[in-house]
Each structure stands twice: as structure tokens, then as C-alpha cells.
Design a protein around this ligand. Structure first.
Ligand code: NAP
Length: 261
């Protein structure tokens, strides 16, 4: 029988991590070796798999091949460094890593010849939304991005909004939009500035993860919108990444690079 891929999940009790746990347990080709959560480690709980406090312990005691990380911006970078140094392949959904941090992690992966996948958004529909927005920006360069998330989200704008902005930047020449003498009466009213266009972050209970790219041109607008209505929406993408990461030796940023290959 084919060997199962050994997976550890950091943030296994979080909103996303608990979905990852269900997804891994439901897939016969994957084996959940442990969850990582500083608060439950060592406690006697009813979990069908063990919990440890940190990535070092997980690697030493349970020898995962893949570390799935849905934790918090403050710990994800160190979790990745620990994994890559030990030859364990990270699949990372946690947002908040800067471009410079991603570059440093890329260098570390190259040094150790270890694969890693970081995806600001694992929902396949969201990847399509970003791809279509990039295409639309060629023909309709006036754009604003609105991202809407639940009110427990720690970072703004979302990783998906930043990634979309980067993709749009590649196809659109920098151009300041709006009236040249525009003034904000309330600070932040026009949103965050990125390469001449604006990103607006909305946080409300009841939302999951949503984004609309709104394009405007003479006498017309175009909306490209994606809605994740629950967190299961991300799991086919995480599953794909876990299976792909064991076959690569470099860092891949963005699910599109494994989806459209
Ligand atoms: P969450 O519910 O707050 O879960 C985060 C979990 O990480 C919590 O259970 C937390 O435990 C745990 N944690 C904190 N420090 C840890 C550490 N040192 N080691 C291991 N676990 C630790 O957040 P979420 O909604 O699941 O989101 C998690 C991340 O995924 C966020 O960055 C979010 O933006 C991102 N996200 C990405 C995607 C994507 O498709 N890429 C989709 C949705 C969300 P305690 O509560 O006990 O501190």
C-alpha cells in the first residue's frame, strides 16, 4: 500500500485548523500525526490524535512530512523556519507575512532544498477571481478592491487583497485615480493606497471571507466578486497543496502556481 503523507496541523483548534483536521482525517492518503496548540498540549483531551505545544516537539516526536499552519501572524514565520530547517514542508494559510519575509523564507527553502506552499487564499473560486481581475485591469485600469471579513481577523488588508493588488500592478501602469485634489474629511475614508488604487477592509460579525474587485470606465462598471460562505471552501485547496508540496523543492507563493500548472 502507498505510504500516507504524515501531516501535523499548527492551530488545529482554530476556525481554519479544525477544518483542516476534519479534511486530513477524511482522506485515506493522509495521516494526521499531531495537532500543535500551546494551550491544549499535555492536557488529557478526547482528541483522536495527540497535541503538542510547539513545532519543534511535533517534529521531534511525530516526524511529520508536512506542517499545515493556520495560526497567527506573530508565530507563522518562526514555525516555517523551524520546519524548513528540519526538512519538513510547510503549507501555510496564515496571512500577515511581508514580501521581504516571504523572500527570506524562499531563500531558506532553496538553501535546504525543501518545498513550501504559502497561499493567501486556498479557495479555488478566489484564485479565479484574482486571475480574472488581473485580466480585467488590462482593459479597465480604474479599480478599487473591497475585502470583507469576520471581525476576529487580525490583519488588514487581507492577504488576498494584497495578492490581488500585486497581480493588478503587473498588468496596469501606475496611475493615480480619483480627483487630484480629493481630500479625506475622515482619515482612512478612501481606504489604503496601493500603486495608485485603493483597498478597503470591512470587518463585521457574520462575514467569512469575501472580496469584490470593482472596475470603472466610461458609462460602465464591472464587478468581480468571490464569497467564501464557510471555511470548508478552503479545504480542497489545502488538500491539493499538501499533496503537491511533497513533490517540490522550492517555495511556491499562491495556489494558482499549483492549480494551473
Ligand atoms: P483562529 O480561529 O484564531 O485560529 C488560530 C489558532 O492558532 C488558534 O486556535 C490559536 O490558539 C492558535 N495558535 C496561536 N498561537 C499558536 C502557536 N504558537 N502554535 C500553534 N497554534 C497557535 O484563526 P483562523 O480564523 O483559523 O485563521 C488563522 C489564519 O488563517 C489567519 O491568519 C487567517 O487570516 C488565515 N486564513 C487564511 C485563509 C487562506 O485561505 N489562506 C483562509 C482563512 C483564514 P489560541 O486561540 O489557543 O491562542
Amino acid at each position: 500500500m502507498e505510504n500516507k503523507i504524515r501531516v501535523a496541523v499548527a492551530g488545529a483548534r482554530g476556525r481554519m485548523g479544525s477544518e483542516v483536521v476534519k479534511m486530513v482525517l477524511a482522506d485515506d492518503t493522509l495521516q494526521l500525526v499531531c495537532g500543535i496548540d500551546p494551550r491544549v498540549a499535555g492536557e488529557d483531551n478526547d482528541s483522536p490524535f495527540p497535541y503538542v505545544a510547539d513545532v519543534e516537539t511535533a517534529i521531534r516526536e511525530y516526524k511529520p512530512e508536512v506542517l499545515v499552519d493556520f495560526t497567527i501572524p506573530a508565530v507563522v514565520k518562526q514555525n516555517m523556519i523551524t520546519a524548513i530547517n528540519a526538512g519538513v514542508r510547510p503549507v501555510v494559510g496564515t496571512t500577515g507575512l511581508s514580501a521581504e519575509e516571504v523572500q527570506n523564507l524562499r531563500d531558506l527553502c532553496n538553501e535546504h532544498q525543501v518545498g513550501a506552499i504559502i497561499a493567501p487564499n486556498f479557495a479555488i473560486g478566489a484564485i479565479l477571481m484574482m486571475k480574472f481581475a488581473q485580466e480585467a485591469a488590462k482593459y479597465m485600469p480604474h479599480v478599487e478592491i473591497m475585502e470583507l471579513h469576520h471581525d476576529q481577523k487580525l490583519d488588514a488588508p487581507s492577504g488576498t487583497a494584497i495578492k490581488t493588488a500585486e497581480l493588478i500592478q503587473q498588468t496596469r501602469n501606475e496611475m493615480k485615480q480619483g480627483h487630484p485634489e480629493e481630500k479625506e474629511i475622515i482619515e482612512g475614508a478612501r481606504g489604503g493606497y496601493y500603486d495608485g488604487f485603493r483597498i478597503h477592509s470591512i470587518r463585521l460579525p457574520g462575514l467569512v471571507a469575501h472580496q469584490e474587485c470593482l472596475f470603472g470606465a466610461l458609462g460602465q462598471t464591472l464587478s468581480i466578486r468571490h464569497d467564501s460562505i464557510n471555511r470548508e471552501s478552503f479545504m480542497p485547496g489545502v488538500n491539493l497543496a499538501v499533496k503537491k508540496v511533497v513533490g517540490i523543492n522550492e517555495l511556491v507563493y499562491g495556489l494558482e502556481h499549483v492549480m494551473f500548472e
